[in-house]
Design a protein around this ligand. Structure first.
Ligand code: AMP
Length: 544
């Protein structure tokens, strides 16, 4: 017997109508390049998103055409998030931290016909001009960019002013049509395109609103520090429009003082970003704990890289701020798992709860996980490790126009994440490492992430990356590369005795190097490949 429910498509255009009808009063605030605040309402946003949809059609954008954006987090970028799919186009966010050659490759590979660019990012885009296949470049001005533009560029505000929102006709796409795309950060091989459908974005947005996930609701005031080019700011702008949350955008000002100021003045309740940002904010708050009133904050979501437990604990104990750890990937839209303390664990000690919260958490509804080892699926015992595989309605089923990466998808329909994990009996996932970062010592695995997290708990260490160094007997041994938090440089012996209580003796690093900074990828992850190259000829003693 078939169910007798309507086959109602899950698509983005009805969200604009909903936002207009129910949440027109809600504010959207942006910090502009000159530090001033731009404010308007959801009603203004909806009208302008419709104008953009009309304008893009006038420019010749056809259903399925890709429209790129090269922009910081701000209201015009939000307009693009909806205006492009509501013109039946595909929003393609370009990562402004990439090299111009990579931006060019990605925009051309995706087939971007139009690119919307911030005026402040014109100097970057100009390095791509002449090589880009895009037919039109549209400049979103907020002041702060060059006064003169190269010939032929269009002005976003003029396009919007000339478009009649009354002539907007909401499209009625198939829910499986593409609505957005994003390229992986390409830590291995060339970046690969992930294409999100209307349906996957809608289901993912609904999940973000769940109270045990991101808990976004109408009363939320949300500030995404995570860039809108990094997995669509983790899908949150779609959810905020769906739920009617206030949105606060930091523009290009991502330093700790500007962010804390905005979090306090706009009474932000939920915010999200990578560990690097929160580490800088923690240091800033520690230096002057009374300076900001952050008492409205309910949730500081952290993901994209492992959050050190000492950071979660530091925010909690010194500032009463609730950091919640989540795991995800470009290929998973990105929400995969979130780490809350289950009521089942209410009896754990404070310390044990911090350990649990520093895990990557339990899978979201509609996402299934399993760990695959060479000899079959791993048991959920919290110890056995294997590669994390996932499946669900917002997980990629293939990459866009790429042979490369085909082996990331299993024959039985799961996505191979490349993350090496253990899963405990309660379903808490712990990422032990990226497959390529694991240190294989004498045939056994050493988790670089676990060592890094513990090293970052040492008072003299601000940041730490642990990499494999070739060893004549053990094949690989760990080298700890650290950035000092002050003037004092710990010795290898001091570092090892700090780690000793927590790790088997053979896990302890054989050597220590101090560097000025740890290189990072464009999305804030440690770029260990650069360190591996730098220390490729490193000589370790060959005795035990
Ligand atoms: P991206 O597609 O750029 O978002 O990168 C996804 C990768 O980032 C994952 O496969 C993980 O290796 C890493 N990652 C994301 N979130 C976390 C987390 N909470 N802890 C550890 N690694 C993470």
């Amino acid at each position: 017997m078939r169910g007798l429910m309507m086959d109602y498509p899950l698509t983005l255009p009805p969200l604009l109508e909903r936002a207009q009808t129910l949440f027109g009063y809600r504010e959207i605030v942006t910090r502009l390049p000159d530090q001033s605040l731009h404010r308007y309402t959801m009603a203004n946003f909806v009208e302008r998103a419709k104008r953009l949809a009309v304008a893009l059609k006038k420019l010749g954008v056809e259903p399925g055409d890709r429209v790129g954006t090269l922009a910081w987090n701000h209201y015009q970028h939000l307009e693009a998030y909806f205006g492009i799919p509501c013109a039946s186009g595909v929003l393609h966010t370009l990562n402004l931290r990439l090299h111009p050659d990579d931006i060019t490759y990605i925009a051309n590979h995706a087939g971007d016909r139009v690119i919307l660019v911030d005026d402040t990012l014109l100097p970057l885009l100009e390095q791509c001009l002449g090589k880009l296949d895009a037919e039109r470049i549209v400049v979103m001005s907020q002041g702060g960019g060059p006064r003169e533009w190269p010939d032929g560029l269009l002005d976003y505000e003029t396009l919007l002013a000339d478009a009649d929102p009354g002539s907007y006709e909401a499209p009625d796409p198939d829910e499986n049509d593409a609505a957005a795309m994003c390229y992986t950060s390409g830590t291995t091989g060339m970046p690969k395109g992930v294409v999100y459908s209307h349906r996957s974005i809608m289901l993912h947005a609904m999940a973000l609103a769940m109270s045990d996930l991101f808990a976004i609701r109408e009363r939320t005031a949300y500030l995404p520090v995570v860039p809108m080019f990094h997995v669509n700011a983790w899908g949150t702008p779609f959810c905020c429009v769906m739920m009617g949350a206030k949105q606060v955008f930091p523009g290009p000002h991502l330093d700790a003082a500007s962010l804390c100021d905005l979090l306090a003045s706009e009474k932000v309740t939920i915010t999200a970003g990578v560990p690097t940002i929160w580490l800088a904010i923690l240091e800033h708050l520690d230096s002057d704990p009374e300076r900001y009133d952050l008492s409205e904050i309910e949730l500081m979501l952290v993901g994209g890289a492992a959050a050190p437990p000492t950071m979660i604990q530091g925010f909690d104990e010194r500032h009463g701020l609730n950091v919640v750890h989540a795991w995800g990937m470009t290929e998973t839209s990105p929400l995969g798992s979130v780490s809350y303390v289950s009521p089942k664990h209410d009896d754990l000690s404070r310390e044990e709860k911090f350990v649990l919260r520093a895990k990557q958490g339990r899978m979201s509804p509609l996402v299934e996980v399993r760990g695959q080892a060479r000899d079959g699926l791993i048991p959920w015992d919290g110890e056995t490790v294997g590669e994390l595989e996932v499946r669900g309605p917002w997980v990629a089923s293939s990459y866009y126009d790429s042979e490369q990466g085909a082996d990331s998808f299993t024959e039985d329909g799961w996505f191979r994440t490349g993350d090496i994990v253990s899963i405990d009996a309660d379903g808490y996932i712990r990422i032990e490492d990226r497959a390529k970062d694991v240190i294989k010592s004498g045939g056994e695995w050493i988790s670089s992430i676990a060592l890094e997290n513990a090293l970052m708990g040492h008072p003299d260490v601000a940041e730490a990356a642990v990499i494999a160094i070739a060893h004549p007997k053990w094949i690989e041994r760990p080298l700890a590369v650290i950035v000092l938090s002050g003037d004092k440089s710990p010795t290898l012996a001091e570092v090892r005795s700090h780690l000793e209580p927590h790790f088997a003796a053979w896990w302890l690093p054989d050597a220590l190097e101090v560097v000025d900074e740890i290189p990072r990828t464009s999305t804030g992850k440690f770029k260990k490949s650069v360190l591996r190259d730098r220390f490729a000829d490193y000589q370790l003693p060959d005795e035990d």
